[in-house]
Design a protein around this ligand. Structure first.
Ligand code: SAH
Ligand code: CA
Length: 215
């Protein structure tokens, strides 16, 4: 679901720097070969993630939910000199494609790609993060938040994607209160806004980006 009127959406995209040729190719290949290509961040959100990362200049980034690697490459663009991005995905079928694009982006040394369940892998990452991007299974958003919280430096950020869930978080559609993903996202958004340890803003960009700063 698009929240912006189509003409405004087009204008916004036309007045945001284009994605690189490589990201455009990754976007295109994902749409032609991979299931559920709508999960890929895409042009506008990719540029937003890159911009935020440049603003933070993180030394360590954690991404939960690599998919085909689009958002990982965007986020890694803003890494500080010598910085590392860890990204985790449970879907091993995407490995060959992801590794190919990380190589083409010249980022195979900056991006450490882990395959497996993020809930199992995160406890083994002995790092302190300046930025965490949560974008995997929606049911686990609150669990990921709790699991990464102590691994985030004071003043560090968490960004969680799809927190508007096409508007379903309003819980005003028939049957939506039986949908586990929707209820998990509602619980996550409520948890964040009432958590005294953080400041947060829900940006209505694409499907909703929750931007959280740990005090
Ligand atoms: N961040 C990507 C899109 C991620 S799509 C982008 O913006 O381009 C969500 C991904 O989460 C899928 O690839 C899926 O395989 C992965 N995922 C789902 N459950 C997971 C889990 N328990 N651990 C790790 N990854 C998971
Ligand atoms: Ca997403």
């Amino acid at each position: 679901m698009d929240f912006l009127p189509e003409k405004i959406d087009t204008y916004v995209n036309d007045h945001t720097k284009a994605e690189s040729d490589l990201l455009q190719e990754l976007n295109r290949e994902t749409h032609s070969k991979i299931l559920m290509p709508r999960m890929l961040s895409g042009h506008l959100q990719g540029r937003v993630l890159s911009m935020i990362s440049h603003m933070i200049k993180p030394k360590r980034i954690l991404e939960i939910g690599t998919y085909t690697g689009y958002s990982a490459i965007c986020l890694a663009e803003g890494l500080a000199e010598g910085g590392i991005l860890h990204t985790i995905d449970i879907n091993e079928e995407l490995e060959t494609m992801v590794r190919r694009y990380l190589r083409l982006a010249g980022m195979e040394n900056k991006i450490q790609y882990h395959i497996g369940d993020a809930m199992n892998i995160i406890p083994y990452l002995h790092e302190k993060f300046d930025l965490v991007f949560i974008d995997a299974d929606k049911e686990n958003y609150s669990n990921y938040y709790d699991l990464v919280f102590e691994k985030i430096n004071p003043g560090g950020f968490i960004i969680a994607d799809n927190v508007l869930w096409s508007g379903k978080v309003l819980l005003d559609e028939p049957g939506v209160t039986d949908d586990k993903d929707t209820l998990a996202l509602v619980a996550f958004n409520d948890k964040v806004v009432t958590d005294e340890r953080v400041e947060n803003v829900l940006f209505p960009i694409r499907d909703g980006l929750m931007v959280i700063r740990k005090k």
